[in-house]
Ligand binder design. Sequence first.
Ligand SMILES: Nc1ncnc2c1ncn2[C@@H]1O[C@H](COP(=O)(O)OP(=O)(O)O)[C@@H](O)[C@H]1O
Ligand SMILES: [Mg+2]
Length: 272
Amino acid sequence: MVSQPVPALGLPSWYILQEVLSRVDADPTSAAVVVRAHDERIKDPRRAAVAIKCIPRSCVARGAKYIEREVLHHRRLWHRHVVMFRELLLTDSHLCIVMDYIGGGTLHQLVLEKRRLSEGLARWFFQQLILAVDYCHQKGVMNRDVKLENIVVDDRQKHHPVVYVCDFGLSKHVNNSDPTTLLGTGKYMAPEVIYQGAKGLRYDGKKADIYSCGVCLAVMLFGYYPEVLVGGQPVTSDNDARQTGMRVKALVGAGEACLQVVLPQQRDADGE
Ligand SMILES: Nc1ncnc2c1ncn2[C@@H]1O[C@H](COP(=O)(O)OP(=O)(O)O)[C@@H](O)[C@H]1O
Ligand SMILES: [Mg+2]
């Protein structure tokens, strides 16, 4: 059952570890691991499945602000299309966020598998995503990392799969200060996040989330990421927000201020 070695997490004995769902080894700033486990206290096997995001205590101090927000915001959200937060645990080695487990993989995996989705299916998922994001916004929470990798799919009802937003690691509340930081995932970042964030200026986090929802829709429909161009040059070719910001600063510094969003096919058609 266990595909990758499960690290020692020191969880209470009623959580029986099943498998590692995600390990972020590539990113040295995030040593978090997400595991699937079985909560022995619950008799119903479907309700007993949990996903546990485990953040090493050594990383908590470094990312304290973001982790605190993730917990505070996620635990207050209760919606049909937001993964249910169950409890927060502190073990000898990790801070652990226990959530409902959603078994069908991420929307990103689904699009990779199918290359692109039908218009009907993309619309179905997009409507659910918008309901979730709108609910979060009504609660004052801006996600700031809406992307297909952060949306999990419950495919038990084959014709009506249900999606859930699962990650609030970069979220911010409207009662915090206005967002000015260039963060998120390059290909999903709104032009104003790149442009304003590179200069440390304010942007509207809710509008930026809606742009990211639009990127999700485009990727589901076309199987491609739209690109943000500055002076005709793509600046979102990778996922590193800081590098994107540096490229934008360099281009704006060189006098290239014209900003444009295009789909790859559009670039090809334009002969660029
Ligand atoms: N509740 C869940 N059910 C099933 N899989 C999940 C769940 N939460 C997270 N995952 C899986 O773990 C991955 C990483 O979780 P995420 O919360 O996005 O952490 P990170 O902050 O490392 O991006 C997700 O992309 C998804 O594959
Ligand atoms: Mg994530």
